[in-house]
Ligand binder design. Structure first.
Ligand code: F6P
Length: 487
């Protein structure tokens, strides 16, 4: 990151992400600071702390206004500030149309091929455009008076790069798309496919997690808009402009595990007592409750495991932490209830008077609880039906400084390309997922160590700083008058 920062040649770094890294909420008669669930903010906050600059995000907490200045700015992290958070205020109608509507009812299912039909609502599309314009105005204000590199995050802002380039052609604009990019047949059903691609081609650099998503994007552009695709350079040319399209597999900060696992034994003791877990081995799942994560599939697989391998009855628990997410949308609300119903059914069928196989903790948990469980567990299960990367898999690995523990990982995650020592499973196949859980629970300690050593080395080398360094270095090559990059 240091190298990338130097190469930014004095240009200001401005990150734009819908989700803000620090949320202020009213609670217990005062104001509480909250860290949101989800990989993006966890991954990018350490990078911003290292680089400095401005994070432009949606001010979503009910005490956000009173903790920021008149322009929505405040220094963060609040206890030891290193960068600026600039909050953009949205009306309830804008949040509804842009975030719940176009971003999460259209683009989210469109990009994750999990057989859920996206909504195509012209009213959502209009608000999505309006909010992209609102963020463009905030970014342009922050970028006034000098060179800047704008680092746009995710599918909330497909139109933003085009808007920024139209207003300030000198800005370097890079975007990272944190979710998969589907094949052209899937994407082209969107009535606004051309406009979305036009916006994204405002980027100088566009990053996806894996090469496969880059290839899908280039194919989609090729079939949808007038352009010159150069497959050797992985770039798209339009007029005199170029957009490079490259893979950058996102990761985590491996050092956070040491911080979050201080006193983990005490925390685990409390959690075990609170949920009646005794001293049995645990398999943990840690997710936002989202239909792409394959949570019902994994609960069903526990039932199947107990049918096929009754020797596990009474011998372990699946502890599923499920942070409620996007609950304004019925599909998300219903999923919380569905998982609970399934967990109850498995517990009724297979549980005993003093043992419940599935413990569903349907609330937001802080990183100290999550890492205590990672560190304590016999295994971690990630059964996403489709996932750009999945950082839970990587976090689990960083927590295992004891070299133990097994990871059961869906083959449909970006992480499966790197963590090939996990027990790889197809979550659509309940028998296969149950067999994966069995393999993980029964794995001999020396094999666990061998696999964990390789996975830890992978995540330690390819950490979040390397991700940011590679991406910002690539972007900085495009900064006018920056030092020529070292090769
Ligand atoms: O990975 C995609 C993503 O939208 C990220 O931006 C974020 O980390 C996660 O999902 C959580 O989503 P939200 O910000 O909607 O809660």
């Amino acid at each position: 990151v240091e190298v990338a920062r130097t190469r930014l040649g004095g240009a200001k770094l401005i990150v734009v992400a819908n989700r803000e890294p620090y949320i202020h909420r009213r609670a217990n008669g005062g104001v509480e600071l909250m860290r949101p669930a989800g990989g993006l903010t966890t991954a990018l906050d350490p990078v911003m702390q290292a680089c400095g600059g401005v994070w432009v995000g949606h001010g979503s907490g009910d005490a956000d206004r009173e903790t920021a200045d008149a322009r929505g700015r405040l220094a963060v992290p609040p206890d030891d500030p290193t960068y600026t958070l600039r909050r953009v205020w949205l009306t309830p109608e804008q949040e509804e149309g842009y975030y719940y509507g176009f971003a999460n009812s259209t683009l989210w299912p469109l990009c994750h091929q999990v057989y859920r039909r996206p909504t195509f609502d012209p009213a959502h599309w209009a608000v999505y455009r309006e909010v992209n314009e609102l963020f463009a105005a905030a970014v342009l204000e922050e970028a006034r008076g000098g060179p800047a590199v704008i680092f746009v995050q995710d599918y909330h802002f497909a139109l933003l790069p085009g808007l920024l380039k139209a207003a300030r052609p000198d800005l370097v604009v890079a975007q990272f798309w944190h979710v998969p990019w589907p094949n052209p047949e899937t994407f082209r059903v969107c009535p606004w496919a051309g406009e979305l691609l036009d916006g994204m081609l405002g980027n100088d650099l566009l990053g996806f997690h894996i090469q496969y998503h880059c290839n899908n994007f280039l194919e989609t552009v090729d079939r949808t808009v007038e352009s010159r695709i150069c497959r050797e350079r992985f770039s798209v040319g339009r007029g005199d402009r170029q957009t490079r399209v490259l893979p950058f597999p996102i990761s985590v900060d491996p050092d956070l595990a040491a911080e979050y696992t201080v006193g983990w034994q005490d925390r685990v003791g409390e959690l075990r007592a609170a949920h009646g877990l005794g001293d049995r081995p645990l398999v943990v799942g840690v997710d936002r409750v989202d239909y792409t994560k394959g949570i019902p599939e994994r609960v069903r697989a526990v039932g199947r495991l107990l049918e096929r391998h009754p020797e596990w009855v009474g011998k372990f628990h699946l502890v599923q932490l499920g942070a409620p997410s996007r609950t304004n949308l019925p599909a998300y609300r219903d999923l919380n209830a569905e998982v609970q119903t399934l967990a109850d059914a498995v517990n009724r069928t297979h549980g005993t008077a003093d043992w419940q196989p599935v413990v569903f903790v349907n609330r937001h948990c802080g990183p100290e609880d999550i890492y205590a469980l990672y560190r304590d567990a016999a295994g971690c299960v990630v059964s996403s039906l489709h996932d750009g990367m999945n950082l839970v898999a990587k976090e689990f690995v960083t927590a295992r400084d004891d070299g133990q523990g097994t990871l059961v990982l869906s083959q449909f995650t970006g992480a499966a390309r790197e963590l090939t020592d996990a027990v790889l499973v197809n979550p659509f196949d309940v028998d296969g997922l149950a067999a994966g859980l069995h393999a993980a629970l029964a794995m001999p300690a020396d094999e666990q160590r061998r696999r964990m050593r390789r996975m830890r080395a992978q995540v330690s080398d390819n950490n979040i700083y390397r991700w940011a360094g590679m991406l910002l270095s690539e972007a900085s090559k495009l900064v006018p008058d920056a030092d020529p990059p070292e090769v």
